[in-house]
Design a protein around this ligand. Structure first.
Ligand SMILES: Cc1cc2nc3c(=O)[nH]c(=O)nc-3n(C[C@H](O)[C@H](O)[C@H](O)COP(=O)(O)O)c2cc1C
Ligand SMILES: CCCCCCC(=O)C(=O)O
Length: 371
């Protein structure tokens, strides 16, 4: 029988291939593979290819300004680090290394609930202004509240609630590999030290690590989460709340009605519902509903600065970078992540100059052509 390890994957980039060569096969598969037949994961990239840039010329592009504003804070460029958990599977320094790059490049960093390190450890590598926290609403309210309180106490400036994971997607390669980074203890940085979480355990993690990790898996998310439940979290914090995983315009409308501060159009990188709509394809209808009342962010398929350009042109205010920076981390730790950020910035700046857009505000759908 052929094992998963014997099948040579198709690589979407040289960077991905290098990451493949660098890390344990199961970890690579966890990062790179998607749910089901991976139709959505592939479609995320295909959606970007359908759009071409229709450039304007003779616009004096001697000065290009990549900066933009989000929640009254100036960003040096219109992107953030997506919340990616378990980063230690890519490199022993995990989130600490990528956070150092976030600080050095002034790019907001969304710390995952399922991070390998704790939000306190990661905060110490970040400027306060670049600290965002991604929340998996726990099955246990006490844990949810504790995570939110800790984020506030540690100077995080926004809470991203992921809403596309009521259950885990069907990830066939991980099942085949019998691999779970949470079971292996690579995503427990925020839980093992959490007082509310520890209070749920019969014995402390130091005495029974296996049971503690299983408890985290059992309670990490809440399948019963709904708009009413979200009101509880709204009451827990005054920080801006964004919902990550919005794909339907009616849900965008509901987000407005529930005083949500921002949305992230995302299908979790094709890791959750296979055969669902590509994020970029979902964006125009959502932008139509939102009408600039709250910021729209987008992820799933951003690979280059040209992709950033296209997402902004179709109505996103900013985007989140996902797999590319994790591949950079796998290939060369902090230096690898820095290279990815610099490359994407350079590509965005160059495509803006060549398309005749001097500022982020000048990027609009008139500069795109759908083929
Ligand atoms: C290894 C890995 C772990 C992830 N962990 C989280 C997580 O903890 N929380 C979350 O909201 N999204 C998580 N995501 C999804 C990303 O935030 C983002 O939506 C996705 O990577 C975008 O797709 P792309 O990387 O293909 O561009 C994870 C993605 C990957 C690849
Ligand atoms: C309830 C989902 C836990 C998954 C943790 C990491 C993640 O989001 C991923 O996509 O992988």
């Amino acid at each position: 029988m052929i094992t998963a390890a014997e099948i040579q994957p198709e690589f979407e980039s040289l960077l991905e291939r290098k990451a493949f060569e660098r890390i344990r096969r199961e970890a690579f598969d966890y990062i790179a593979r998607g749910a089901g037949s991976e139709a959505t994961m592939k479609e995320n990239l295909g959606a970007f290819s359908k759009w071409k840039i229709r450039p304007r010329v003779l616009r004096n592009v001697a000065e290009i300004d990549l900066s933009t504003t989000l929640f009254n804070r100036k960003l040096s460029s219109p992107f953030l680090f997506a919340p990616i958990g378990v980063q230690r599977i890519a490199h022993p320094d995990g989130e600490l290394a990528s956070a150092r790059v976030a600080k050095a490049t002034d790019v907001p960093f969304v710390v995952s609930s399922a991070a390998s390190y704790s939000m306190e450890e990661i905060a110490s590598e970040l400027e306060e202004s670049t600290r965002w926290f991604q929340l998996y609403c726990s099955l246990e309210d006490t844990v949810t509240k504790s995570l939110v309180n800790r984020a506030e106490a540690n100077g995080y400036s926004a809470i991203v609630i992921t809403v596309d994971t009521p259950v885990l997607g069907i990830r066939e390669t991980d099942a085949h590999n019998q691999y779970s980074p949470l079971e292996e203890g690579d995503g427990c940085g925020n839980y093992l030290n959490d007082p509310a979480f520890r209070a749920l355990l019969a014995r402390p993690p130091e005495a029974d690590m296996k049971a503690a990790l299983q408890k985290q898996i059992d309670i990490i998310d809440q399948p019963g989460l709904d708009w009413d439940e979200l009101k509880k979290i709204r009451r827990m914090t005054k920080l801006p709340i964004l919902l990550k995983g919005i794909l339907h315009p009616e849900d965008a409308k509901l987000a407005l009605e529930h005083n949500i501060d921002g949305i992230i159009v995302s299908n979790h990188g094709g890791r959750q519902l296979d055969h669902c709509i590509a994020s970029l394809d979902a964006l125009p209808d959502i932008a139509q509903v939102i009408q600039k009342r709250i910021p729209i962010l987008l992820d799933s398929g951003i690979r280059t600065g040209v992709d950033v350009f296209k997402a902004l042109a179709l109505g996103a205010d900013a985007v989140l970078l996902g797999r590319p920076f994790i591949y950079g981390l796998a290939v060369n730790g902090e230096a690898g992540v820095r290279q990815v950020i610099h490359k994407i910035r350079h590509e965005l700046e160059t495509s803006m100059a060549l398309a005749g857009a001097r500022t982020i505000q000048e990027i609009n759908s008139d500069l795109l052509f759908n083929s």
